[in-house]
Design a protein around this ligand. Structure first.
Ligand SMILES: [Zn+2]
Length: 438
């Protein structure tokens, strides 16, 4: 928006857990920042563009700290541009992208290339995540200083664990110099073996090789111990088991700097979903048991799971149109995340405020980025949602290149009506209205 330009979002229900606000109010935006929120925000607003929001929710822009944009190297699966469109359509105003690209994001050159693509896309804010180890090989540490200087907000070898505990310890110690979180993909590869499904009755019945819950929990336990030893900030990616929740509960009670995320698919589905061998349900960590899902839901409600992150993992048809054993792992999540979380709220497993907090303020705090709140001076990153609109998931209509959603055909309630970044509307009523045109 040009200098002095004003936007008034009028008469919506402003739900902003971080600011402690849940009331019908106007939001006045001046020069890309929130200028006022309240009944009288419109007073003295003068000449301005008005967005009528009666009947809608006005939320701080959603922030996803775990997505795979696939660029560079896997542009047939997704690009920074298509992933940014998917994010905008899903109500996300900022995403943090994992470094398992080709080449991996283990150097300032790759970080800068991603940021340049994001700038060209001119849609959502993109925060690159750098590698923990060079080439994600798990041996030699990446140069965190260069990565952070180039714009990385965290480090992770996501997609793979750092199996060498000594390397992880040094990485955690080193991360403290830059005050960045280390995001851990917790999977003991020796325990996971060549498994493809949660170890339990369903895998046995289907004859699929199992991945025990212990493959995740052994690594979560190690990371908790190393967090205690180093004092570093550890963030556990895609938590999927009850045992992991117990470990996190104890770590938090002890006051360690350990945070965690869960995905909408692990919060929604169980291993029963794989019974039809639909490869859209194949994901790592695998969909777990009903008891695990229940533990995740409770942990989200209690804040033990801090954040809902999508682990948006688009694939091409050729990666997924294979036998279950050999198909790629991953689920596209950006365009279904919010209504799936609202489904948990509607079922009474999580309060609305905690759910919104888990999608806005908490991820902003973990990444140390602006946004996640609508107080005067905050960037005007805002998501407008019709909480009552029901719609049917059709992956063919996704803005993402990925079609690999296990929610195909699901009827969901709650739809993003507008996504605003820095005061600029980039998505409205199903149409991408900002950013580059091609
Ligand atoms: Zn992962």
């Amino acid at each position: 928006m040009s200098a002095g330009r004003r936007l008034l979002i009028r008469g919506g229900r402003v739900i902003d857990p971080a600011a402690g606000r849940d009331a019908v109010a106007d939001v006045l935006v001046i020069d890309g920042a929130v200028a006022a929120v309240g009944q009288d925000a419109a007073a003295g607003s003068g000449d301005c563009e008005v967005l009528e929001a009666a009947g809608l929710w006005v939320l701080p822009g959603l922030i996803d700290l775990h997505v795979h944009l696939r660029e560079p190297g896997f542009e047939y699966k997704e690009t920074v541009l298509t992933g940014s469109r998917a994010a905008a359509a899903g109500g996300f105003t900022a995403v943090a992208c994992m470094p398992n690209t080709d080449p991996p994001n283990d150097s300032a050159a790759v970080t800068r290339a991603i940021l340049l693509k994001a700038e060209e896309a001119a849609l959502v804010r993109v925060y690159p995540i750098g590698c923990i180890t060079a080439g994600q090989k798990g041996q030699r540490m990446a140069e965190f200083g260069d990565l952070v200087a180039a714009g990385c907000r965290a480090v992770s070898d996501d997609g793979r664990p750092v199996m060498h505990a000594g390397v992880m310890r040094r990485a955690l110690e080193y991360s403290r110099h830059f005050n960045i979180p280390v995001i851990s993909h917790c999977e003991d590869l020796h325990l996971a073996g060549d498994g493809v499904a949660h170890e339990g009755a369903v895998a046995t019945r289907l004859g699929l090789k199992p991945i025990p819950a212990a493959a995740e929990e052994a690594m979560v336990a190690r990371e908790v111990v190393l967090a205690r030893q180093t004092g570093a900030r550890v963030h556990i990616a895609h938590v999927s088991t009850r045992g992991s929740v117990s470990l996190l509960t104890a770590a938090k009670a002890e006051g360690l700097s350990v945070t965690a995320e869960a995905t909408p698919h692990h919060l929604t589905l169980t291993d029963e979903a794989i019974a039809g061998f639909d490869t859209a349900t194949k994901v790592n960590p695998p969909l777990r048991s009903a008891e695990d899902r229940e533990a995740l839901r409770r942990a989200l409600a209690e804040g033990i799971i801090d954040v809902v992150a999508t682990d948006h993992a688009p694939h091409g048809l050729a990666d997924k149109d294979l036998e279950f054993d050999v198909a790629a792992n991953g689920i596209v999540g950006l365009e279904t995340a919010l209504p799936l979380v609202l489904r948990l709220v509607a079922a009474g497993s999580c309060s609305l405020h905690r759910a919104i907090d888990a999608l806005t303020w908490r991820p902003a705090r973990i990444l140390g980025v602006p946004g996640g709140r609508l107080a005067p001076g905050d960037p005007a990153d805002i998501t407008l949602v019709d909480p009552d609109e029901a719609w049917t998931v059709d992956p063919e209509k996704f803005f993402s290149k990925g079609r690999n959603s296990p929610f195909r055909g699901w009827r969901l309630t709650g739809r993003v009506r507008a996504t605003i970044v820095g005061g600029r509307t980039i998505f409205r009523d199903g149409v991408m209205v900002g950013g580059q045109s091609r």
